[in-house]
Ligand binder design. Sequence first.
Ligand code: NAD
Length: 482
Amino acid sequence: MATTIRQDTSDEGWIVRENPARPSQIVGRIAVTPPRDIARIVAAASKAQAEWAELELEQRIALFERAIEDVSSLETLSCEMTQEMGKPLLECTGELHFALALALDMARRARRLLPDETRGKGAGRRVVRRAPFGVVAAIVPWNAPIILAMTKIAPALLSGNAIVIKPSPLAPLGLTNLVSAIAGKLPRGLISVVNGGAETGNALLSAPEVTKVAFTGGTEVGRMVLRAAAERFVPCTLELGGNDPLIVMPGLDLTPKTMEAIVWGSFLNTGQVCMAAKRLLVHEAMMADFVDAYVETARSVFRVGSPIDPMTNMGPMITRAAQQRIDALAIDSARQGGTVIPLLDQALPDCGYFARPRLVTGLSPDARLVCEEQFGPIVPILGWQSEDEVIALANAHDSLSASAWSGDTSGAWSLASRTKAGLRLVNAHNRSGFSFDLPFGGSGRAGYGREYGDEGLLEYTQAVAMHQPPASEAAQSYPGAA
Ligand code: NAD
């Protein structure tokens, strides 16, 4: 049954979500938030934030934990996510559990990191306080909406901020329902959702009470968001698109387990993952064996079909345009001298935005598929001979993560450490390389600021210093001077 969500009285229109696996099926409709309501919602968030920030830290954390724990039983949510995104059901269930675990992990970090910190010894008083910014505007993409919202919701609220979230119009239903469930357990106005596209995003960014922006999405939209924030000197965390390299070193044992990890490094969520391995850089001595093992593994593990079927591990693309872009990249790659190898033995479902997974060999480093973030199930593979050469190839494009694979883990560690990615991995990529303890984020056009780990919490605070010098040092000399 289709969901209809009307958050506010709206005369501005509706977002209608179709099922990417069966486009004739309308999954749900959600009201676009009119600009006047956005102004009211942000003003209410600002009012709620003032009281929220005054609570004792432990009280704030306990209220947050209770709000999160109460929603962990939302079972219908994963089905709804699958239907609006086309992401396989098991993936959506996993996303939900991951997001809730992340929230509780952040709460533990808040207990440790957010109390006032006394610095230095001796007379006088020096304290560093982790103050909130105020109201956070969070704008998120469609490909992992719950996780990418929770990386912002948890640290923002725990730090004493309020938050207003704008989901992507391509996946608004599950996230709006989750936020409504959390919001019902917290002070009114502290956490809200506004729905719509670029115009709604702009209206949110221009609300005067917004004092921090957290954006995840594509690089070009990130540039626009940064410009809007710069108008009012509002600090931004930007998690953008990457063109992440996966390096295979000579002598890697191509076991089925290793090959599966490498294949899924690129193809999880049909390749629609920010930190997917988007370029494979394989030592020339391994190339022929590696390609054979890769194709054989992919063909044996991929099960493309209805994402609601628990056996399916690869669903459709999010839109017709995304599907057509991947097909166009395959055609361009062949024109540019590449050999396009299909990675699927079965036929594609006859309706829905399914794209055939493909590997492309024989491209030059300036081919379109190598230089652009494909964000879908087609991956180029390039050869290399020296470590300097592969580091130049790896660092030719900005990335969120980079991985090196070898039986010699210390050699892989030192090669990975020469990449310029925010997350440098050894014998892991994509999900297998993730840890709540480590910060995540990009460099260059892939963005800046960090999510996850201690850094991902402190991103939502500003250090405020309190200082009462000892009476004897209150004269005009420089501190530390004789
Ligand atoms: P997108 O940039 O098109 O949209 C992201 C969000 O921005 C959506 O909510 C959209 O409605 C909103 N938006 C669009 N134009 C806007 C404007 N002018 N002002 C304000 N908001 C605006 O991205 P997408 O297609 O939803 O997601 C795919 C991209 O996101 C890929 O490039 C992917 O790599 C990237 N991504 C990055 C990360 C990360 O952690 N770095 C994670 C997931 C996805």
